[in-house]
Design a protein. Structure first.
Length: 428
């Protein structure tokens, strides 16, 4: 290590006593710093050790904006496997879109043909006929979802997370955010606060269309759902970091600044978006009337149950991104600099297309089974991608990292839970 090392048996310990700094400069800018440790001395109790260092300045031809190029790892991030995974995901998208289009077109054509024959029958024949399918629930399909307040808040938060992800990736493609420490996190916090009206607009308008009246409570939940999850996890990990005297402990001033952003920036902007959403698109525009009495849900096969659909719905979206998850995890937990944001943008587009196709199929199968409880099933079938991402994080922790101890374990799984939950809300 940079301080010292142990011998092969782990019995004797040695300390580096001489530090040699080589600093490269171009004009009045430092573009390179190299630290070399020399002078290995065995550690013996009750002995004095003399420490020394030297600094050497050397002129460099490296431009200031290119100073991070030596730390990038093109052989890792631009490996053939990375390109192949993108191509594989793209081909899966084409196949999935074609398959979904073919299934829906053929199935819907048969359904419309059957329904048109039923319209030609008289009332007696129609009553004696075998009625089934998605058209039978047209009077219940626009019924408000259960727990509309939570559902609307999750939808609004998901729209905001998607907007933040899209904007941050575009900014990272234009600007080299990796050259400044904490610039990515600062940009994400700023963009999240600035896009709070998106959360309020979509969440507030959906809650109004579902007939919700406690819109102020919905606005508060939508505004603080994601910040409370992130801050709660960060504060819990921070207590462990303080106990272990770790450098990862968050300063008290940073906590106060985050709380001020939540109360004085995010909340007012979310309120503005909620008011706009309720007034501009808060009126129900359903194409048919909702039945006064809910239709009884018939029995269906086990694989048509909402729980089964939810569990299976996240497999394909996860399959389209799990290779990219490896590169993202490696850049974050193995301290590699992630700079191929063009790949990340392609993966985001692929994830959106796959998620939409899977959600359409899951919703159709549920409605065709005459189960009109599609809102939560549609949301959770896409959000279940988070479960597979979090399960993959377990594999990565045990087989790709060398972490151990309470602090490292809680730090890893705590923030991976936040990442997976945010990804699931965005997909839903």
């Amino acid at each position: 290590g940079i301080v010292g090392e142990a011998d092969e048996n782990g019995e004797d310990y040695y300390l580096w006593t001489y530090k040699k700094l080589e600093i490269g400069y171009n004009g009045n800018r430092i573009v390179d710093v190299n630290l070399t440790s020399e002078g290995k001395v065995k550690l013996v109790p009750n002995t004095k050790i003399q420490m020394s260092y030297s600094v050497k300045w050397k002129k460099s031809d490296v431009k200031f904006e290119d100073r991070f190029d030596k730390y990038l790892d093109p052989s890792f991030f631009q490996h053939r496997i990375h390109w192949f995974s993108i191509f594989n995901s793209f081909m899966m998208v084409i196949f999935l879109v074609g398959l979904v289009s073919m299934i829906l077109m053929r199935t819907l054509r048969k359904d419309y043909a059957r329904y048109s024959k039923e319209e030609e029958m008289d009332d007696m024949d129609r009553d004696l006929g075998d009625e089934y399918g998605w058209k039978q629930v047209h009077g219940d399909v626009f019924r408000p979802s259960s727990h509309p307040l939570i559902f609307s808040s999750l939808i609004g938060s998901g729209c905001q997370i998607f907007a933040v992800s899209l904007i941050v990736i575009v900014v990272a493609m234009i600007e080299d955010l990796y050259t400044e420490r904490g610039s990515m996190l600062s940009t994400a916090i700023f963009v999240y606060a600035a896009t709070s009206p998106v959360n309020g607009y979509f969440g507030g308008s959906l809650y109004a269309r579902q007939g919700g009246r406690r819109w102020i409570k919905q606005m508060f939940i939508g505004a603080f759902l994601i910040p409370a999850m992130v801050c709660g996890t960060a504060f819990f990990i921070n207590f462990i970091a303080i106990y272990y005297h770790a450098s990862r402990a968050i300063p008290f001033g940073t906590m106060v600044a985050v709380c001020c952003i939540c109360f004085f920036v995010i909340l007012p902007l979310n309120l503005v978006g909620t008011i706009l959403g309720r007034n501009l698109s808060g009126q129900p525009n359903f194409p048919c009337r909702v039945n006064a009495v809910p239709r009884p849900i018939p029995e269906k096969k086990w694989f048509m149950e909402p729980a089964v659909i939810v569990c299976l719905g996240g497999i394909l979206p996860f399959g389209s991104i799990f290779i990219e998850m490896y590169f993202i995890f490696t850049s974050f937990w193995a301290y590699k600099i992630y700079y191929v944001y063009g790949f990340m943008m392609l993966v985001l587009v692929i994830l959106c297309i796959v998620t939409v196709c899977v959600t359409i199929v899951c919703t159709y199968f549920l409605l065709n089974a005459e189960d009109y409880r599609w809102q939560w099933t549609s949301f959770l079938s896409a959000a279940s991608t988070a479960i597979y991402v979090y399960m993959y994080s377990f594999y990565y922790y045990f087989f790709k990292t060398k972490m151990y101890g309470l602090f490292q374990t809680s730090f890893y799984f705590g923030y991976m839970a936040v990442f997976s939950t945010a990804l699931g809300i965005m997909c839903g």
